[in-house]
Design a protein around this ligand. Sequence first.
Ligand code: IPM
Ligand code: MG
Length: 368
Amino acid sequence: MSNPEKNILMLPGDGIGPEVMGQLRRIIDWLGQHRNFNAKITMGLAGGAAIDAHGTPITDATMDDAMRADVVLLGAVGGPKWDNLPFAQKPERGLLRLRKDLGLFANIRPAYVFDALVDASSLKPNLVQGLDIIILRELTGGVYFGEPRGIETLANGDKRGFNTQVYTTPEIDRIARVGFELAGKRRKLVHSVEKANVMESGVLWREIVSKIHAKDFPTIELQHMYADNCAMQLVRRPKQFDVIVTDNLFGDILSDCAAMLTGSLGMLPSASLGAADAKGHRRAMYEPVHGSAPDIAGQNIANPLATILSFTMALRYSFNLDGLADQVENAIKAVLARGLRTADIYSAGTSKISTSAMGDAILGELGK
Ligand code: IPM
Ligand code: MG
């Protein structure tokens, strides 16, 4: 069987990014040596690391590498060191440029609870046991990118800050389709979330999603829900959901909420996908949902699992290597079942281990 080279760009970024990415690198190298996973890895800088080296949160050369890569694997960006930079030069702008220029409009954020970690959730175990939902967040539109935006000074000297929430028909159409397609492979239920009661962009969102549903996905169940109610329902009865499709800002907020249902942000991966080309390939970036956690950076205590699980999403969505993804995920489950935990998911009766020891343990399970 042919085994084409996989062109991977790794951007460890800032804070704990390099540490957790370092463990993922060991796993990719292991898969290369033992499972014939044929990867060509390019390293690059993003966020504060790129600002320090080049004065910009991502260089054009790194963007070129990202454009050419089959997948981009990102760690995390940002930190207090760069907090006071002008808005347009902040580390986060590097991440937003990657999303925008690569056209990664579909952000898949699963929230699932590992059996071994049921007690790590702040909700009662029966509410979250077996939880497996997806927040599908629109990632290149809405108020994050809408124009006009800015801070202006009014005639009387007062200031006025403003942003624009804006969605076009094609933007809603394509994210809705991804939502229905995802649900089709799962429990066939989509909740479309907006604020149509107060926002015109929400009215249009609801109208287009309904239209796509009626026309092309009649076998999927569709429910509409206001974003505030969705936040409430997520903590009240999270298992009622399957796929939640929503805009950029609501998706940002609801995905943090959904993430915490699982007990640790340190466990959750994400995939950001672009439109399929003629051959069905999508540009793709994979990253943990957690941030750069500067308070614990450099101490070898961060949880590398979200980053490693992001890579298993790459194996599934970009490389169609579900078998390899299963192997890595089973190794993680086995490690958790043995009671090994990084600090963020530690509880009494389990063993607290370091970032690198977690990497060792996963490699150990893979080799069994
Ligand atoms: C996320 C983050 C980013 C966002 C920040 C770092 C710009 O919160 O990926 O959810 O708001 O999209
Ligand atoms: Mg966020």
